[in-house]
Design a protein around this ligand. Structure first.
Ligand SMILES: *Cc1c(COP(=O)(O)O)cnc(C)c1O
Length: 419
């Protein structure tokens, strides 16, 4: 009773007691024994205090898993977040001039260096970046998009809807599989405000296909005085198979290039726009920019991540997404063997994926530890939660998306789930 008295002092006691009594009543109605109410009350209070957003072990083999928080942050980025978040910062303060500054300044220089663009702007995510670009450049006017690029990215996020929200009008050009430069040229009229190119992030059209090179579209845009916006989706800052690089889009003549911070770039959720200074300035001055801007923790994490890219080899070593993408198969196999030995199960060859709408056809050879399917739920509900993939009556725990230390935690979680 002592403990119950202490629990009653808790500010959450009333809510917890209500929930516990409600459940006990229900059980009595069903003719069941409601059990130890004090213990239940303690448990209820404990659960009300447990954080809902939790560190989760990703044993799915999907590197950029949108449901699992996309990119794990590099150590260097986390250090920047902790340093900048702990106290005050010069977020919008110009230390040299002793006056108000711009939050955008902190990452502009490094983004220019990494992409070769004149100017840069960071907002909350890439969907916001595309919407802001279209709103600032083509509100009330027409935007040309190839029919092959009117994509849905995931969770109902569709390019035509974003375009409509920006206040621009969609004009479809070409066909699903073939769009030519002349299709764009024919569609340009007095109402045209911009040309939008969208990277086919999460699918590929194979066979009888055609689409103009970005360079060719840039020529048309320049000749007709229209801005060309290139939505790269993931985008990359180093050479990663056939994922387009922001630097190449800028060099090919795109006026604005938009990409995500937390896909293959491997940083925090953010939308990055780079391109011509005069256009970026129009985005910066647009009222939506204020609503879509990134916060200081995002900017700190992004700067910390981008700094790693100043040395591309360092980025490949220290950005977790890149490290997982490039980890030699033998090293993944070693981890899977250790995990399998620890839980007394077999190693299985499997295929990991990039995810996040990047490199959709790429199959990354990988190794998993295959355990009993029945463990899927207890592992998800454990601490830390572990998410794997159920296939052919077994639960596969893919070791490409786990670190060595995490694989040890998975082994312990399996032991405790078997209880
Ligand atoms: C992922 C993606 C987006 C949206 O980016 P978020 O950072 O998730 O907002 C937009 N366009 C393309 C082509 C994408 O792949």
């Amino acid at each position: 009773m002592d403990e119950l008295a202490r629990a009653v002092e808790d500010p959450l006691a009333v809510d917890a007691a209500r929930a516990v009594i409600e459940r006990a009543r229900e059980e009595i109605r069903l003719g069941r024994e409601p059990g130890d109410l004090a213990a239940r009350m303690r448990k209820e209070i404990g659960s009300l205090r447990t954080a809902r957003l939790r560190r989760t072990l990703n044993a799915t083999g999907v590197l950029v898993h949108t449901n699992l928080g996309r990119a794990p942050l590099p150590e260097a980025a986390l250090e920047r977040v902790s340093e900048v978040g702990r106290g005050y910062s010069n977020l919008e303060y110009d230390l040299a001039g002793g006056r108000r500054g711009s939050r955008q300044e902190h990452v502009t220089g490094i983004l220019r260096r990494l992409t070769g663009a004149e100017a840069a702007l960071v907002v909350n995510n890439n969907a916001a970046a595309v919407m802001l670009a279209l709103a600032a450049l083509a509100e009330g006017r027409e935007v040309l998009v190839s029919r092959g690029e009117l994509i849905e990215i995931g969770d109902g996020f569709r390019i035509p809807d974003v375009l409509a929200r920006s206040g621009a009008r969609l004009v479809e050009v070409g066909t699903t599989n073939r769009t030519r430069a002349s299709d764009y040229e024919r569609a340009i009229g007095s109402e045209t405000g911009a040309i939008l190119r969208v990277h086919q992030s999460n699918f590929r059209v194979l066979g009888f296909t055609e689409r103009p090179e970005l360079r060719r579209l840039a020529e048309i845009a320049r000749r007709t005085g229209l801005p060309l916006v290139d939505d790269l989706g993931s985008g990359a800052l180093v050479d990663l198979h056939d994922e387009p690089q922001a630097r190449d889009s800028v060099a090919a003549g795109a006026d604005l290039v938009c990409f995500s911070g937390d896909k293959l770039l491997g940083g925090p959720q953010a939308g990055i726009v780079v391109g011509r200074a005069e256009l970026v300035e129009r985005l910066r001055r647009h009222p939506l920019q204020r609503a879509l801007r990134a916060d200081k923790l995002t900017l700190a994490a992004l700067e910390g991540t981008l700094q790693l890219y100043l040395d591309p080899e360092r980025a490949r070593r220290e950005v977790p997404v890149l490290r997982m993408l490039e980890e030699p198969l033998e090293s993944v196999r070693g981890r899977a063997e250790r995990l399998s030995a620890a839980v007394g199960r077999a190693v299985e060859e499997t295929v990991a994926r990039v995810g996040g709408g990047a490199l959709p056809l790429m199959e990354l050879a990988s190794f998993a530890c295959a355990v009993e399917e029945e463990l899927a739920e207890p592992l998800r509900l454990g601490e830390p939660p572990v998410v794997g993939v159920v296939r052919d009556g077994r639960l596969l725990l893919d070791c490409r998306t786990l670190t060595d230390a995490e694989a040890d935690e998975v082994a312990a979680a399996v032991a405790s789930a078997r209880g």
